[in-house]
Design a protein around this ligand. Sequence first.
Ligand SMILES: CC(C)(O)CC(=O)SCCNC(=O)CCNC(=O)[C@H](O)C(C)(C)COP(=O)(O)OP(=O)(O)OC[C@H]1O[C@@H](n2cnc3c(N)ncnc32)[C@H](O)[C@@H]1OP(=O)(O)O
Length: 259
Amino acid sequence: MEYQNIIVEKKINKVALITLNRPQALNALSPELTLELATALGQLEEDDEVAVVVLTGSEKAFAAGADIKAMKDMTYMDMFKADFITKTWESIAHFRKPTIAAVAGYALGGGCELAMMCDMILAADNAKFGQPEITIGTIPGAGGTQRLTRFIGKSKAMEMVLTGRMMDAVEAERSGLVSRVIPVADLLAEAIKTAEKIASFSLPMIMMAKEAVNYAYEVPLAEGIHYERRMFHSTFGTLDQIEGMNAFAEKRKPVFKNK
Ligand SMILES: CC(C)(O)CC(=O)SCCNC(=O)CCNC(=O)[C@H](O)C(C)(C)COP(=O)(O)OP(=O)(O)OC[C@H]1O[C@@H](n2cnc3c(N)ncnc32)[C@H](O)[C@@H]1OP(=O)(O)O
């Protein structure tokens, strides 16, 4: 399928790369772009040749937020009727295969929120994260007040949301927002390498592991532990558990069948 605002590439080793591609607007997330993203993710979800998705932007901007120019004249009723943000944006949060945000440059507002919807964030050393919505007379609307607070805690989240202050990559790593900081020139290669590593394992296992970790954000600890245990038990009903453990015992590489 042809897209205008994103580039979708299937790499080797079961990795797909989605590049946000509106450089003239620092990858501002227009309704057209987010619809294309949701459509592409829908296709990649069904694609057996893809196990992991890497989402990236340009060196200057992962994404500078929702498209302010497209949004500025909308009324309350427009927003409400369109259920603005949730419908298409959340597709990345609901995607069942692992996702990696490779963030260079600005990840602001909706850009930061989109990165946080991914399963992990790898940051280039020039990355800047922020929720500057307060500076344009609104507040985060795609999970910024909720996800950012869970990642970095109340005090820092409050400071960022209430002042619009940006966080650099080093502070973002120290605060738990990103898993690693990488020189900008190496970011994409490193993100793809990480994706390939994940994709080399059993697809059902990586999907279950993702689901179990995400469950930690939704339920009390005891319920999460119970859920994890039941999922762990269920892995013993798969051919890949048999293969993985036998391969270990036989000192050979496992050949997973995704079954
Ligand atoms: C999803 C929600 C609900 O949470 C809401 C949001 O996301 S609201 C958006 C939050 N984001 C922002 O407020 C950031 C806006 N952008 C900036 O502050 C600056 O562009 C910058 C600091 C990221 C970069 O500054 P600079 O290098 O000086 O570049 P600019 O000249 O400002 O930008 C270049 C070009 O891109 C256009 N642009 C940038 N961001 C957006 C945006 N969010 N929406 C629409 N267009 C954007 C900017 O207007 C420039 O275009 P031209 O005017 O030159 O055509």
